[in-house]
Design a protein around this ligand. Structure first.
Ligand SMILES: [Zn+2]
Length: 80
């Protein structure tokens, strides 16, 4: 009797998103997610000879959001 399980592992075939719908990321992570999701799908972003204004805007939004989060952490750190 062959006890091997030839079924693929459920995680390998699952189409369940890593983050369920309705889950909100922290602002900096959401901004980076927006940037990376755009860059993966955008033809201009994949072409090193072309620029992408949308990616530039999304990157600046991420940097501003991340800097604001760091400023908040610094203000809450005792002894600073
Ligand atoms: Zn782009």
């Amino acid at each position: 009797m062959d006890d091997r399980n030839d079924e693929p592992h459920p995680a390998a075939t699952s189409t369940t998103p890593l983050i369920s719908a309705g889950t909100r990321l922290p602002p900096a992570q959401q901004a980076y997610s927006d940037y990376s999701a755009h860059a993966i799908r955008c033809g201009d972003c994949r072409d090193p000879d072309r620029g992408c204004e949308t990616a530039g805007d999304l990157w600046r939004t991420y940097r501003q959001t991340a800097d604001a989060a760091l400023d908040t952490i610094r203000c809450q750190t005792p002894g600073r």
